[in-house]
Design a protein. Structure first.
Length: 137
């Protein structure tokens, strides 16, 4: 297994963030303090830190989509991706970019979807047709 990443993100409402990451995404809660909570995000450590101000709205064009910057995400396998996409649709989550295939027929072909947490943090979930093409151009 690859080493898990650690990412700390700003959130404007810790209670809403906890509900989103636990109930919508399905993360397990870990350690926490008055102003932060650790979550297990598919084996990686995501920490939500309460702040008073949040991200600036920017984007870049990637394969025809306006991709929000900054964003973070997790590379899943196809079964995990499809299950999560189905659960998000069932929970009527609004997508920034609906589940789709990016770079079809090219190196790096992948399934992608983007959504936002209640604090406006953009999250990308993706699954590669061939994981060996993760860094191919």
């Amino acid at each position: 297994m690859t080493n898990p990443f650690h990412l700390a993100i700003p959130v404007s409402d810790l209670i809403k963030a906890a509900a989103f990451y636990e109930d919508v995404i399905g993360c397990k809660r870990g350690r926490e303090g008055d102003k932060w909570i650790d979550f297990n995000l598919f084996g990686h450590q995501l920490v939500c830190h309460h702040v008073n101000q949040n991200n600036i709205d920017n984007s870049n064009s990637v394969d025809g989509d306006d991709v929000p910057v900054p964003h973070f995400g997790v590379v899943l396998n196809f079964d995990q991706f499809d299950s999560l996409a189905q659960n998000l649709k069932a929970k009527k989550q609004a997508f920034l970019i609906k589940p789709k295939i990016r770079f079809a027929g090219k190196p790096g072909e992948q399934r992608i979807m983007f959504l936002q947490d209640p604090s406006g943090n953009a999250i990308e979930f993706k699954a590669f047709k061939n994981l060996d093409s993760l860094f191919e151009s």
